[in-house]
Design a protein around this ligand. Structure first.
Ligand SMILES: Nc1nc2c(c(=O)[nH]1)N[C@H]1C(S)=C(S)[C@@H](COP(=O)(O)O)O[C@H]1N2
Ligand SMILES: [Mo]
Length: 466
């Protein structure tokens, strides 16, 4: 289907609206059901006041269909038909400055325009349409513990594969006694568990790195929580029987594409050592908040690795390969490494567990606070250990301990809140700082690293006391 903008203009003395009979016939002609019979969908219509000019936004198979439909307007005046597209299509087809990853023809991909439009309609903040990268808007965080699926941030390296659940298979092979080839029904028949897990992109908050670093310029919304249902990874590995020489497990997504400076086509792949597998309660998830995984989040099955930065949680999983050495793929070794600079050397360290962090959802920056007290609330999480406390400070005032709300769930963020007395008027800054049971707390400044991962500086929110 194509989108068209029609501009029709007539002389004032031919205005059909001036003749009740003609006007009535025009409205009937333009009624949605009557237009639909001609194979056209009216997306919008408006008349420019006082100018005898009508604009229509129409969807139709082709321009000829539109032209035919417009015959009566041509008799009344001039008609222009302009081929058009949605904003999402313009951006998704490369209107943005970022390089467009080449389409890998091996796997059908979701229409980037549709995926982008869905994200916009759900209120996500789109950073890039191709591949689709969008963050949860912080005001959308107000509510329950889990984020509705449509508002869960999306981070993709390539196009979104459009997998068919009927033909999808998960191959489990390599150093195993019994290679497996599982259909979705096979996976769903295995013992399952449901866990609330917070996923956070390692680049969340990157836009605040100083000096700036390359990469997706996330603000603070590349984090969300969902209740994931799936088969414990160890169930599947035990069924396959991991051989004694095995050291690591590689997870391959169906998505692939090209990356600057790398030869050929890369797949999205990540590894976990067998020790990590034992320690991390990973799930092969097929449901998110009680619904089948949405396409953008890895349909039909993804890995969910609780506590780890979400790069480990491979979406659109099609292959699990057991190997006898640590995995050294692109997204393991060339990316998702902290590169610390010091004394002329660069020290590297893989990105693993989520850093401790609190996110303020209320007040919002710029809010005016009146009445001598301020309600401050938000969420807090940490990959290494449960959150022990969150403290809030207003202005340069003392740190005051917030109340942790609801149940403590090992891998989920937790709500916290505090009513803080405030005095005076004018601009002030509040800060919220989380500390976990492992004793880790948030620093005032991000620990800068070349690729901008793991930033967890204390968030500052500027408000007005009035
Ligand atoms: N197959 C595949 N899995 C992937 C990615 C990807 O691009 N392809 N991105 C990873 C990164 S960096 C993040 S932050 C999470 C994002 O998961 P979400 O889009 O469900 O929020 O998926 C991870 N798994
Ligand atoms: Mo990420």
């Amino acid at each position: 289907m194509g989108l068209f903008i029609v501009r029709h203009q007539h002389e004032p003395d031919h205005c059909p609206a001036g003749d009740p009979d003609l006007g009535g016939r025009l409205l009937t002609y333009l009624s949605r059901p009557s237009v639909r019979q001609q194979g056209i969908e009216v997306k919008g219509e408006a008349v420019v006041s006082g100018e005898h000019t009508l604009y229509l936004i129409l969807e139709a198979a082709d321009a000829a269909t539109v032209e035919g439909f417009l015959d009566p307007f041509r008799q009344a005046g001039t008609v222009e038909v302009l081929p058009a597209s949605t904003c999402a299509r313009v951006v998704a087809s490369g209107g943005c400055a970022a390089p467009t990853p080449r389409l890998d023809d091996a796997v059908p991909a979701v229409d980037p325009e549709m995926a982008t439009q869905d994200a916009i309609d759900a209120g996500l903040v789109v950073h890039r349409a191709h591949p689709l990268n969008c963050e949860t808007s912080v005001p959308a965080l107000i509510g329950g513990v889990v984020m509705p699926n449509a508002r869960f941030y999306v981070r993709n390296h390539f196009q979104i594969p459009d997998l068919d659940a009927a033909t999808w298979r998960l191959d489990v092979g390599g150093l195993v006694e019994r290679p497996l080839r599982l259909s979705l029904a096979d996976v769903e028949r295995l013992p399952s568990s449901t866990l609330p897990v917070t996923l956070e992109c390692a680049g969340n908050g990157r836009s605040a790195m100083d000096p700036p670093v390359p990469g997706e310029q996330w603000r603070l919304g590349a984090v969300s929580t969902a209740e994931w249902t799936g088969v414990p990874l160890t169930e599947v590995l035990d069924r396959a029987g991991v051989r004694p020489t095995a050291r690591a497990v590689v997870f391959r997504g169906a998505d692939s594409g090209t990356v600057d400076g790398e030869p050929g086509t890369l797949r999205f792949e990540r590894g976990l050592s067998l020790d990590d597998v034992r320690d991390c309660e990973a799930l092969l998830a097929y449901a998110m908040n009680g619904e089948p995984l949405p396409v953008a989040h890895g349909f039909p099955v993804r890995l969910v690795v609780p506590g780890w930065y979400a790069v480990a949680s491979v979406k659109w999983l099609t292959q699990i390969d057991v190997i006898d050495r640590p995995f050294a793929g692109y997204y393991q070794e060339a990316r998702y490494q902290y590169e610390w600079e010091g004394d002329g050397n660069v020290e590297r360290e893989p990105v693993r567990l989520q850093q401790v962090r609190a996110l303020v959802t209320q007040p919002r920056p710029g809010d005016v606070v009146t009445g001598g007290e301020m309600v401050v609330r938000g969420v807090a999480w940490s990959g290494a250990a449960p959150v022990a406390r969150v403290d809030v400070s207003v202005g340069d005032g003392p740190w005051r301990q917030a109340t942790l709300v609801g149940e403590r769930r090992r891998h989920s963020w937790r709500w916290w809140e505090l009513v803080v007395p405030v005095e005076g008027t004018g601009a002030t800054t509040l800060r919220a700082r989380a500390t976990d049971l492992a004793g880790r707390t948030q620093p005032e400044e991000n620990a800068w690293n070349r690729l901008g991962y793991g930033g967890n500086a204390i968030q500052r929110v500027e408000v007005q006391l009035g």
